[in-house]
Design a protein around this ligand. Structure first.
Ligand code: 6R9
Length: 650
């Protein structure tokens, strides 16, 4: 057993300091659930600057499914992230440090400079006719313009939809088509491992098909020639130059329930879902988590390594730390470029105090860069965090020992796009925690574990992680709803939010997350729906049917394994498999690399026609024996074919 765990077990019952820490947590936690409205009112009052105070803290509940927070309240999120810090005298404090992929490319924006640039771009958007409620799609790499564009949207009440640059053509089209965005912001190219890779050209096809896009604004990152559509496409630097630097942009007062942003995420249906977050509830919750988990102060240099195209980047690279007045660090490049010591070089160079990363990055750094961290001065670090997928004991211990010098515990945080911010984290004497299983719900979060039949599990029993009470950071809606929120999150148990994750809870209200229960796979911490990949595969002329599952991968956590049947008269050649792999990568994006594809003569289906995925998961992971109940399988003879095909393809 890990030493810290031993210490924890001994001390949890004996040490007065750990006892008082636990009882303090329990007191706050119990109070927060006894009177949630008073609790959240205090949080909103303390952490957020409001132009008008709310009339009602919480309207509705999970039974009625209509929930709204702080109604009647008015605020602007960009002025909470910028103006209010200036008013406190932090004008010249660094707000954003940008490290380009090249070591000598660094930019620093003070809070004043970030406000000036935000106002400038907000005015550019206004000149393009963008008004409150309009949608702006942003497809940018990790460069300062991404943060500026988000804050500019928030300033004028436009809804931003940031799309991860690791997506291309089809995935991109799906993510811009149904939100009807009017402006698209992108860059000509992205820097990736010493290469300059075209970015805007990925968007040209989808843009031509999306009638709603009136303007495309392009940041110049390289000298590469790209095609620009006259009248629609323009350069960011030319638009900004026209704007000058003097014109202040008045922040638009938003209702607390107005949408701040939408973000597409993967679910178990083919189409990604656009999750909407509100201004007042989201900001309150993210700032609550920054206080409770990270304990931010103005002296912090906060580096969240997640791409801003995912929720982690939204909440903990942008809105949380800037709302809390910290300094954010944004790094453009890959963790291992040019050498696997890059992260530690950056920590030393800027004196990073808070490092929030993902197990996928830790695995890569462990694998390729063992022993390199010791060459750098990492003494500025005071917090090590992890998010995105379960962190295994090997990863936890490496991060703790090599980076935290056995002094800084690793804070494993669990949450989702839909939750807006961190929900579970080791909050009580984290210094005594070890790998896995020391996460407690944040004050205000009524987490529980339920069996399939809706009974609360007994300690140690696995089940579904659920949340029983509304919290301000929860998604406001799903775009084009039509009852989707109800179907996706509330159909398992009446009046209870189902996270889709499996978990175990100890008698001490300590949670351990064990994985997803639905058809979502997590590749390098990035969430992809198997159904989205299946619909790409079946769109290929040679494929008749496809079923995708995730299998374990030592570096990426999980990777894609696809079973396909081909059309009549199509030959099952190795060449076609290569073509399909390439096709998946090109249409979904670089995130979908290294997939394995296997031909099958038929997919295993139940008598009611449903693909039996658990069987496919077993076969893909070379488990040919423990299939469980397969009595509903329409044609059990397909199993032999599946197994033989798997053996041949391994
Ligand atoms: C923040 C984020 C959400 C899913 C979630 C779960 C997995 C996230 C985790 C974790 C185990 C952790 N997940 N954090 N699993 N331990 N600390 O990642 O949001 O992209 O929406 O993914 O990620 O399965 O349901 P998102």
């Amino acid at each position: 057993m890990n030493n810290l765990m031993k210490k924890k077990n001994n001390q949890e019952s004996s040490s007065p300091s750990s006892d008082s820490c636990l009882s303090k947590y329990k007191k706050v936690y119990d109070l927060s659930l006894e009177n949630p409205e008073a609790f959240w009112a205090e949080r909103a009052e303390t952490l957020v600057s409001w132009a008008r105070k709310w009339d009602e803290v919480l309207q509705g509940d999970f039974n009625r499914r209509e929930v709204s927070w702080f109604s009647g309240g008015r605020l602007n999120v960009s002025s909470n992230c910028l103006d209010r810090h200036l008013e406190k005298g932090c004008r010249n404090q660094a707000a954003l440090i940008w490290q380009g992929e090249n070591d000598d490319e660094v930019k620093v924006y003070t809070y004043q400079m970030l406000l000036t640039e935000t106002c400038r771009f907000a005015n550019v958007l206004k000149d393009k006719g963008i008004k409150k409620g309009d949608c702006v799609s942003i497809y940018l790499p990790m460069i300062p313009e991404l943060v500026i564009a988000m804050l500019a949207c928030a300033r004028i009440g436009a809804v931003h939809s940031v799309i991860f640059c690791g997506f291309s053509s089809t995935a991109l089209k799906n993510r811009i088509k149904d939100c009807g965005s009017k402006v698209f912001v992108t860059a000509d190219t992205v820097a990736r491992g010493g290469r300059i890779i075209p970015l805007k050209p990925n968007a040209d096809g989808p843009l031509d098909e999306c009638q709603s896009i009136r303007n495309c604004i392009v940041v110049r990152r390289s000298e590469k020639e790209i095609s620009m559509v006259p009248g629609r496409d323009s350069w960011w630097h030319e638009e900004m130059a026209r704007e000058g630097i003097g014109r202040y942009c008045e922040p638009v007062e938003m209702d607390a329930g107005d949408t701040l942003f939408m973000l597409y995420t993967s679910g178990s249906t083919g189409k990604p879902k656009g999750v909407l977050h509100s201004c007042g509830g989201y900001l309150t919750y993210v700032l609550h988590t920054c206080r409770t988990v990270f304990h931010f102060s103005e002296n912090d240099i906060h580096w969240c390594t997640a791409d801003i195209g995912w929720i982690t980047g939204h909440s903990y690279s942008v809105y949380g730390p800037l709302g809390a007045g910290a300094t954010i660090l944004i790094y453009e490049g890959l963790p291992l470029y040019p050498e696997p010591d890059r992260y530690w070089r950056i920590v030393e160079k800027f004196g990073v105090t808070v490092l929030y990363t993902a197990p996928a990055a830790i695995r890569a750094l462990m694998h390729f860069g063992a022993g390199l961290a010791g060459r750098y001065d990492l003494s500025s670090l005071r917090f090590l965090g992890s998010v995105g997928e379960p962190i295994n004991p090997g990863e936890w211990n490496w991060y703790f020992k090599e980076i935290g010098h056995s002094k800084l515990p690793v804070i494993d945080t669990w949450w989702q796009t839909e939750t807006g911010g961190i929900m579970l984290a080791p909050l009580v004497h984290p210094e005594l925690c070890g790998p896995g299983g020391c996460s407690r719900p944040l004050p205000g979060i009524d987490a529980a574990v339920f069996t399939e039949s809706g009974r609360e599990t007994v300690p140690g029993e696995s089940g579904r992680l659920v949340i029983r009470k509304p919290w301000p950071g929860m998604l406001k809606a799903v775009l084009g709803d039509g009852g989707r929120v109800q179907k996706m999150y509330f159909s398992s148990y009446p009046g209870v939010y189902d996270t889709g994750d499996s978990a175990r809870r100890s008698g001490e209200n300590v949670f351990q997350i064990t994985g997803r229960l639905d058809d979502v796979i997590i590749i390098s911490g990035h969430r992809l729906g198997t159904a989205e990949i299946e619909s790409v595969l079946t769109a290929h002329r040679s494929v008749a049917e496809a079923a995708v599952v995730g299998i374990a991968d030592s570096l990426k956590g999980q990777k894609i394994y696809a079973f396909v049947t081909v059309g009549k008269n199509v030959e099952q050649t190795p060449g076609l498999l290569g073509e399909l792999r390439q096709y998946v990568q090109e249409t979904i994006g670089p995130i979908a690399t290294h997939s394995t594809i296997q031909y099958v003569s038929a997919l295993p289906k139940t008598r009611s026609g449903k693909i039996m995925r658990r069987l496919l998961r077993k076969i893909a992971s070379n488990d040919f024996h423990h299939f469980g109940d397969i009595s509903t399988l329409a044609d059990p003879s397909v199993i032999t074919d599946l197994i033989e095909g798997k053996k041949r393809s391994s």
